[in-house]
Design a protein around this ligand. Structure first.
Ligand code: V07
Length: 254
C-alpha cells in the first residue's frame, strides 16, 4: 500500500534556508513509554537509544550544525541501581553499534559533563567514540552525560577565581564572553548557544540543562515520549521555531 504524502496547505513548510544551527533536546519519557506498554523502564531507554540514532541522521541530513542531547543528569544517580547500571551500559552499546554510521555521516561526538565519575568501561566507550570521530567535520553530536547546568557554571566560576587568585585576572575584566569560554559548551564554538530547545513527553521544565546557553533559545515542548520521536517530529519542531519571531531583546529577526 503506497502511502500518499500530502502537504497540508494550511501547514507552514520547512524553510531549508533557516535551519537552526544548534538544536538541544531533553529526551524525556522513556520510562513512561515503557510503562504504558507494561515493559520495564529499561526497555524505554533501549528504544530511546534507537531514537537517538534516527534523529542524529535526520538532523545531520537537514544541515543542523550541533545536536546537543541530555542523556544523563547529575540527578539521575538517584534512580534504582539496576536502572543506573543499564544506563551506564548505553554509551558502550551505542559506541559498538553506531560509530561506523557516525563516521560515514561525518558526525563528530563530543561530551559535556563529569565523565570521571562514570564506570571505567563507560568512560572508555565515550573516549573511543570521541577519538574515532575526531576528524569528522560535519554535524557535532554533543552528549550531556552526568551533566548539570549549575555545576557547569560553578566550575567555570572556580576557574576564573583561580586566575584571579594567581594574579592573572582582575575581577572587573570578567565578562560574558569569558564566562562562556570556560563553560563545557566552549568546544561547540561558534554555536555554543542552542537556537532551539526541544523537550519531549509533555513536561515544560529545563531541569538544569544548559542554563546559561538557553538565554535566547526558542523552547518547543512536544507531547510525544522520546522513543516515539522521529525525523518528522524534528521537522515539525523546526517549523514551529521558524514561525516564531526572534527578538534578542528588541531587534526583530536579529
Ligand atoms: C542514553 C538513550 C537515549 C534516551 C535517554 C536516556 C537513555 C546515547 C548515549 C551516549 C552517551 C555518550 C556517548 C555515546 C552515547 C546515552 C546514556 C543514556 C547514559 F559518547 N543514548 N544514551 N547515554 N539513553
Amino acid at each position: 500500500m503506497a502511502k500518499e504524502i500530502k502537504q497540508d496547505p494550511k501547514q507552514p513548510k520547512l524553510d531549508m534556508a533557516r535551519i537552526p544551527n544548534h538544536i538541544a533536546i531533553i529526551m524525556d519519557g522513556n520510562g513512561r513509554w515503557a510503562q504504558a506498554r507494561h515493559l520495564p523502564r529499561v526497555a524505554g531507554h533501549q528504544q530511546g537509544m534507537d531514537t537517538v540514532k534516527k534523529v542524529t541522521i535526520a538532523a545531520s541530513d537537514l544541515g543542523v550544525k550541533i545536536l546537543s542531547l541530555y542523556a544523563f543528569s547529575t540527578e539521575n544517580w538517584k534512580r534504582p541501581a539496576s536502572e543506573v547500571s543499564f544506563l551506564m551500559n548505553l554509551p558502550i552499546r551505542f559506541f559498538n553499534s553506531f560509530v561506523p554510521d557516525l563516521v560515514k555521516n561525518n558526525v563528530k561526538v563530543t561530551v559535556m559533563g563529569d565523565i570521571s565519575r562514570l564506570p571505567k568501561k563507560t568512560q572508555q566507550a565515550v573516549y573511543d567514540a570521541m577519538k574515532d570521530t575526531e576528524d569528522c567535520n560535519g554535524m557535532i553530536l554533543n552528549f550531556a552525560l552526568n551533566y548539570g547546568g549549575r555545576d557547569e557554571i560553578v566550575r567555570a566560576t572556580r576557574k576564573l577565581a583561580e586566575q584571579v587568585q594567581a594574579g592573572d585576572l582582575q575581577p572587573k575584566q570578567i565578562n560574558e564572553k569569558m564566562v562562556d569560554s570556560h563553560l563545557m559548551s566552549a568546544q561547540l564554538a561558534p554555536y555554543t548557544d542552542p537556537d532551539l530547545l526541544i523537550r519531549t513527553s509533555g513536561e515544560e521544565r529545563l531541569s538544569n540543562f544548559m542554563l546559561w546557553q538557553v538565554a535566547y533559545s526558542e523552547f518547543v515542548f512536544m507531547k510525544e515520549h522520546w522513543p516515539d520521536f522521529n525525523g518528522e517530529l524534528l521537522k515539525k519542531a523546526i517549523v514551529e521555531f521558524q514561525q516564531r519571531h526572534r527578538r534578542f531583546g528588541g531587534l526583530k529577526n536579529k
